[in-house]
Write a protein that binds this ligand. Structure first.
Ligand code: ZN
Length: 410
């Protein structure tokens, strides 16, 4: 059966009939070539053969043109379409059935993702159970998240809080234990498959509204670290969580143990910068260094009492002495690798004995960046535009203690 354009005149109908006339003997599968049809029939210039074909369709009884699902005939749009369908493999399915099937696949995938979320993203009442450093850490990693997304990073390693890996890990693990963060890494295969289905169908016309598409998209679950929902309010906006955390840190009172923990973090951050400086200097000047106990003790002392920018100036000066000393006389490697520490140690000992100060400063290497923790901690507690690169760890701690309230028992 052929469906013709409504306004087709007799000669046009006859041309369309010729167009669809099949033949087993012809290599194309059709009796007439297009040229023959054009030569035989007289077309008006504004209604070409292809115009007529595009506005008609063939409903054939060929078994590959009958939907195996609903037995409806599948129309062939033109000869190419006819050949493709009749010679094709796989199930012959009409577009309506295809849409229904696709819809079911998408709905099933969404259901899998929904169940996985219900099982794995369980809200917890963590907000009032966080330490100061944990609240600041959560704030620093979620406050820049303007898209109201709970996805914070692909893995724990991609999340930087203080810039010191050991401190960051400790805080992140504690936040995971308290269920403030969810670390979803091993996604089951069926969830992964569901993700792919949703992702593939995102933006296609299989969905009616754009909003629906967006909702589908957000159902995908990528491996990563997520901010969990607090209490039972699974829909609490990120901005509300953030205000709650700010509130936490502003009103919180600390005891001696908490003060000590903060002190360790401040010092850890400052010592981390000194290690980074040494790494950068050894890269630039290629001198050996032993990460010995005496170096550790020296950095500990320096971080406590001097500012990173003062120390960096001193380090650069002492690298020069180290290199000059190395060139004076050939010495074994295990001796040379202590030179830098000894030079800095002796110099600090000297100025402290004399009661001198470190006055000169050097801008820090670009690899040393102010961590999100420092920025927030300064905003909340230091009551002024302080730069930790111009403060010793002791001074940062003193400023903190000036501005924080102690609990009764402390
Ligand atoms: Zn069908």
């Amino acid at each position: 059966m052929i469906c013709y354009p409504e306004d087709a005149i007799e000669t046009e109908i006859s041309a369309i009939n010729d167009y669809w006339l099949t033949s087993d003997k012809s290599t194309t599968g059709f009796f007439y070539t297009k040229r023959q049809i054009l030569d035989y029939h007289n077309f008006s210039p504004d209604r070409s053969l292809m115009f007529l074909v595009n506005n008609s369709k063939l409903l054939s009884t060929h078994h590959r043109l009958i939907c195996q699902n609903c037995n409806q005939r599948i129309p062939a749009k033109n000869r190419n379409d006819y050949m493709r369908r009749t010679r094709g493999k796989g199930l012959a399915i009409c577009s309506d059935c295809k849409k229904i099937r696709q819809r079911r696949i998408i709905d099933d995938a969404n259901e899998i993702l929904k169940l996985y979320k219900i099982e794995n993203f369980c809200a917890a009442s963590y907000l009032d159970n966080l330490t100061i450093e944990e609240s600041i850490a959560l704030l620093s990693i979620s406050r820049k998240n303007t898209k109201n997304s709970r996805f914070l990073g692909e893995s724990l390693e991609t999340i930087s809080i203080t810039g010191v890996q050991t401190i960051d890990k400790k805080i992140l693990f504690s936040l995971i234990n308290k269920k403030a963060l969810l670390n979803i890494q091993d996604i089951p295969e069926k969830v992964d498959a569901a993700n792919k289905i949703i992702d593939k169908n995102f933006g296609r016309n299989s969905y009616d509204s754009r909003d629906e598409d967006l909702r589908q998209k957000t159902n995908c679950i990528l491996p990563g670290v997520y901010l969990n929902s607090p209490i039972s309010d699974a829909d609490m906006e990120i901005s509300n969580i953030i205000s709650h955390l700010y509130q936490n840190v502003r009103i919180s009172k600390i005891d001696k143990i908490q003060a000590q923990e903060i002190q360790e973090i401040i010092k850890g951050i400052q010592i981390g910068k000194l290690y980074e400086m040494i790494v950068e200097l050894t890269k630039e000047y290629k001198f050996p260094i032993q990460h010995s106990n005496s170096l550790r003790a020296l950095l500990n002392h320096l971080a406590d009492n001097y500012t990173p920018k003062n120390i960096y100036y001193t380090f650069r000066a002492k690298v020069e002495s180290t290199i000059v000393h190395m060139h004076k006389e050939e010495r074994p490697f295990y001796v040379e690798r202590h030179f830098f520490t000894t030079f800095v140690e002796n110099y600090i000992q000297y100025i402290e004995n004399k009661g001198f100060m470190l006055k000169r400063t050097s801008p820090l290497p670009k690899t040393i960046q102010t961590s999100p923790f420092e920025i927030l901690f300064t905003q909340i507690y230091l009551n002024g535009p302080f730069d930790w690169n111009m403060l010793s760890a002791k001074r940062v701690m003193a400023l903190f203690l000036e501005n924080v309230k102690f609990s009764e028992e402390a």
